[in-house]
Design a protein around this ligand. Structure first.
Ligand code: SF4
Length: 154
């Protein structure tokens, strides 16, 4: 089983209530070969919600208590993001997932790039907190871009 970010499967769950549909990933969900999850909704956050970024680090630093996640309004939303990461891990464990495809740049789902914590639109190398927890737990986590390079496997 593959697990994918809900927004990539076409669900309007992003902070601004939009999606980032990838037709192939939606097809896999429709065929029941993949399951869509949104860590931020699992963490109890609403849609729409304030955009958030990791301050002074990446998702691994958040898990280690060295960085926090703040929304644009200045509210510390770390606990909700970590809760969503843990619930996502539980689901992936129950499904015995073999691959996780997450949306890039998100403070939850980014698996190689995230925003730099300045709310300036500048990205940096790093993982979101869900991607970090899944990687630390031994799961293979890739971006949509890397998934598209491996399409023949699916
Ligand atoms: S948390 Fe992940 S699945 Fe949910 S909207 Fe953000 S990028 Fe998409």
């Amino acid at each position: 089983m593959i697990v994918v970010s809900s927004c990539l499967a076409g669900l309007e769950v992003r902070y601004n209530a939009t999606h980032r549909l990838n037709e192939k990933l939606k097809q896999l969900v429709d065929e029941k070969k993949a399951v869509a999850v949104c860590p931020e909704l699992l963490g109890g956050l609403p849609t729409p919600r304030e955009p958030a970024e990791i301050i002074n680090g990446d998702g691994f630093d958040v898990l280690d208590g060295k960085a926090r996640i703040m929304d644009r309004g200045g509210k510390d939303v770390t606990d909700a993001y970590v809760e969503g990461a843990k619930k996502t891990l539980d689901i992936i464990h129950e499904l015995d997932a073999t691959l996780v495809v997450l949306k890039e740049n998100s403070p939850s789902c980014g698996s190689s790039m995230i925003y730099n914590g300045e709310f300036s639109g500048v990205r940096m190398a790093g993982n979101g907190v869900t991607a970090a927890l899944l990687k630390r737990s031994g799961y293979e986590v890739i971006s949509e871009e890397d998934f598209m390079k491996r399409l023949e496997e699916f």
